[in-house]
Structures are given as structure tokens and as C-alpha cells.
Ligand binder design. Structure first.
Ligand code: PLP
Ligand code: LYS
Length: 440
């Protein structure tokens, strides 16, 4: 397994993250356990902030990748803005005291309650996805006596090479308004007609776990060309251009993501060129990275419960977590790397085993082929690069409580998400009175 951030092998032959021995973490906090490397999370924020500040741009951390109160505080301290997509994410940001003038509110079906909450909280921008949403935003802004500043989410018609389920830039998408069929222009017109709506810019997001940079340059060109058409027709001039998130990360061999600086250069280059050729001022450029900030900073620790060898077929190593805490392998066929955190200096010869979860699903395999030294019951398995879209997508399937999360830094580990208890699992359950009466 490749070591990331502050990971190292200590003198005991154990994996260490943020100066904390993984075996000690397991002893204190139990497993499964999400471990967040604070230094790496901050470093990833800084890489973006510096690279995009150079061109006068801004960075919004995409909370959908991983959001907790403590994560909000890290993002705030690192000077980034925040992209939220739901009332729940917005509530988390509000409760963390995140500055609302740095919050962008996304989502393809915001409810009236969410819009009221966001307008009252004073979010900086709405990223609007449809004609119906424009109607809703206009009506509620008037009702509350607020101004609604917004970006329009457009589908530029770009097919990024990534998994079908996380590709979003193509015309046939539930997200955004298409440029070629005239819907994007119609949406701009409707915005400009409504006094409560202030159109500030354009947005697109072409997908996630992307390794090629050309689609970003293409998207920038397409949106700038559209902005020029809009200016010609309506006189409106673009102020902000938000190109979404999507930069890929290393999960396993073969993944070779470009650097954040290269992404920034590509985007700024394309926007400046397009602005010149379209005769427009250079807009403020925004990006919304999630995975490339949180992903590499997270590691999940598990305890091995059973090792089942099927002679001549394969060995299943079952751990005490699985698709409940990380649905990505089952959902996307995502690939990860693992190591034995308690025996990093063990024998070099490894065996390909299947790392199985404990949900009642044959597809609950965290890693189909993990190269590990001979595994014993009680070993601690670390799966790397699990900071993004794991906790945020976790479920209680099979009524497994969701794991705890610790933030590690300079040898100290602080709990930032408590482990769910069995009591938490039934907290919202209600037994209708008639059952209780019958039981009594
Ligand atoms: C609109 C939008 N912005 C930002 C992101 C974050 O993407 P990523 O985590 O791939 O950087 C997503 C998710 O793919 C998204 O849908
Ligand atoms: N959840 C996806 C990416 C998110 C897409 C959000 N637009 C993943 O784990 O890869």
C-alpha cells in the first residue's frame, strides 16, 4: 500500500498516521474507525487555495465528500468556501459557525424549506438547476424580502471519462440546463426578468475522479462562448465562472492524477484565452474540489474476524465493516489498497485475498484482490484513501452502527464523530400504541 501524508511505519512495525500508532487508535477507539490526517487535509486545502488564489480565483470545498462540524472548522481555517447540497449540509455549516458569505448552495431539487433556510441564513450563492427552481427562488426571495444571488448550472455537453454514475456534464443528465437546445439561454432570460434574482455567473461540473485536464479547458471555453452569446443578446456580463470539482486521486496502481497546480494553470489559461477571444472581462474562477481534498487524508481501520480459505479457489478475509461504511466498491467497482497496520514489517511475500465486509450481500467486498501477508484473526487492516464519499455515504444496512471518526495530528487523536450505538439505531423507531397495548 502506498503511504500518504503523514503515514509512516514506526519502530514497532505498525502503521502510524498523524504520529498516532494505528494499533493504539484501535485499542482506544475500536473498529471500524475512520482516521483523518489533519495535516494532509490542510495541505490539500492549501494546495488549492494557493494555486487558485494566484489567478484571482476561489475554492469551495465540496462538503458532499465529507462533512462534519470539525471538518467545517478545518475548511474555514484554511480559508476555503463551502459547497453544500442539502439542508443537512447547510445545517452542519451553520452549526459550525461557518461564514455564510462563503457558502454556495447546490442541488437539483431544493425544497422550499431548504431555500427558506438558506435565504434566511444568508448563503452567498444558489447554484440553480432548473426552471422550477428559478420560480421557487424568485417567489421565496420576494416573500422573505431577500435578494437571491445565483449561478446557473449548465450542461456543457462534455463526456468525461469516468464511471457512468458519477459523470454529469453530458446533455442527458438530471443536472443542469443544456446550452445546445436553448434551455440555458431561456433560463438566463427568466433570471433577468425577475427583480429578486441576481444572476452572477455560470456553473458546470463535468464529473468526478477525472484524470484528464482537457475536459476542464473545453468546459471553460464552452461556458465563456455561451456567456458571450448571452451578452450579445441581453447585455448581461458574466462575473463568476464555477467549473465544479472532479479532480481524481490515487486509490490504487494505475491511478495517475494531475497536480492541482496543473489543473489551475489549465483552467486559468483556457478562461483567459476564451475571455480575450469572446471580448469578455475575465470572470472570477471557482472550483469545487471534494475528493481530492478529503480522499487521501482518510484511512479506515478494521479488525479481521475470520479468515476462510477455500482451497484452490480463494481466501476471504472478513473485517468488521464493509459496504455500510464504504459503499464505493459495491456501487462503482471502486478499487482500494490495504495493509496490515499491526504488521507492516512482516514477511514480504504476500497473498492475494478478498477483503470481505460483513453485510449480507455477496457483493460486499471492500477489495476483490488485496495483496496482504498471511492474515490472522485479530489483525488490523488499514484501507487507504477513504476520506471521501465513505462516511458521507455510509448507511446502517443490516443495522450496523456507523463507525467513529478521529482526527489525528502530531501524535494526538481527537474524536470528531462518535461511534453510533445500538440505542442510536432505534432512536427514531416508534411502536404504534396498539402494539404496546397488546404487549402490555
Ligand atoms: C456540483 C458538484 N461540485 C463538486 C463536486 C465534487 O466533486 P469531487 O469530489 O469529484 O471533487 C461534485 C461531485 O461530484 C458535484 O456534483
Ligand atoms: N459519490 C461519488 C462521487 C460523487 C459525485 C457527486 N456529484 C464517488 O464516490 O465517487
Amino acid at each position: 500500500m502506498r503511504l500518504h501524508g503523514t503515514m509512516r511505519v514506526n519502530e514497532k512495525g505498525h502503521l502510524e498516521i498523524g504520529g498516532c500508532d494505528a494499533v493504539d487508535l484501535v485499542r482506544v477507539f475500536g473498529t471500524p474507525l475512520y482516521v483523518l490526517d489533519e495535516a494532509l487535509f490542510r495541505e490539500n486545502c492549501r494546495l488549492y487555495r494557493v494555486a487558485f488564489a494566484r489567478g484571482g480565483g476561489g475554492v469551495l470545498y465540496a462538503g458532499k465528500a465529507l462533512l462534519t462540524l470539525a471538518v467545517c472548522r478545518l475548511v474555514e481555517e484554511e480559508g476555503l468556501g463551502l459547497d453544500v447540497v442539502s439542508g443537512g449540509e447547510l445545517y452542519t455549516a451553520v452549526q459550525a459557525g461557518f461564514p455564510m458569505d462563503r457558502v454556495y448552495f447546490h442541488g437539483n431539487n431544493k425544497t422550499a424549506d431548504e431555500v427558506r433556510m438558506a435565504l434566511s441564513a444568508g448563503v452567498h450563492r444558489f447554484v440553480c438547476d432548473s426552471f422550477d427552481e428559478l420560480d421557487l427562488l424568485s417567489r421565496l426571495a420576494l416573500e422573505l424580502g431577500k435578494e437571491c444571488n445565483l449561478l446557473l448550472r449548465l450542461t456543457p455537453g462534455i463526456e468525461a471519462h469516468t464511471h457512468d454514475y458519477i459523470r454529469t456534464g453530458q446533455i442527458d443528465s438530471k443536472f443542469g440546463l443544456a446550452i445546445p437546445n436553448g434551455q440555458a439561454l431561456e433560463a438566463v432570460r427568466r433570471c433577468l426578468e425577475r427583480p429578486a434574482l441576481k444572476l452572477r455567473g455560470l456553473h458546470c461540473h463535468i464529473g468526478s475522479q477525472i484524470f484528464e485536464l482537457e475536459p476542464y479547458a473545453d468546459a471553460a471555453r464552452i461556458l465563456m462562448e455561451f456567456a458571450r452569446q448571452v451578452r450579445d443578446v441581453t447585455g448581461w456580463v458574466i462575473e463568476e465562472l464555477d467549473l465544479g470539482g472532479g479532480l481524481g486521486i490515487y486509490y490504487s496502481p494505475g491511478d495517475d492524477p494531475p497536480a492541482v497546480e496543473t489543473l489551475a494553470e489549465t483552467i486559468f489559461g483556457a478562461v483567459a484565452q476564451a475571455a480575450a477571444s469572446e471580448g469578455l472581462p475575465i470572470p472570477k474562477v471557482l472550483v469545487e474540489p471534494g475528493r481530492s481534498i478529503a480522499g487521501p487524508a482518510g484511512t479506515t481501520l478494521y479488525t479481521v474476524g475470520t479468515v476462510k480459505e477455500i482451497p484452490g479457489v480463494r481466501t476471504y478475509v472478513a473485517v468488521d465493516g464493509g459496504m455500510g461504511d464504504n459503499p464505493r466498491p459495491a456501487l462503482y467497482g471502486a478499487r482500494y489498497e490495504a495493509c496490515l497496520a499491526n504488521r507492516m514489517n512482516g514477511r514480504l511475500d504476500t497473498l492475494a485475498v478478498s477483503l470481505a465486509g460483513r453485510c449480507c450481500e455477496s457483493g460486499d467486498l471492500l477489495i476483490r484482490q488485496a495483496d496482504l501477508p498471511p492474515v490472522r484473526v485479530g489483525d488490523v487492516v488499514a484501507v487507504s484513501c477513504t476520506g471521501a464519499y465513505t462516511y458521507s455515504m455510509a448507511s446502517n444496512y443490516n443495522r450496523f452502527p456507523r463507525p467513529a471518526m478521529v482526527l489525528v495530528r502530531d501524535g494526538s487523536a481527537e474524536l470528531i464523530v462518535r461511534r453510533e450505538s445500538y440505542a442510536d439505531l432505534i432512536r427514531n423507531d416508534i411502536v404504534p400504541v396498539r402494539f404496546r397495548t397488546r404487549q402490555a
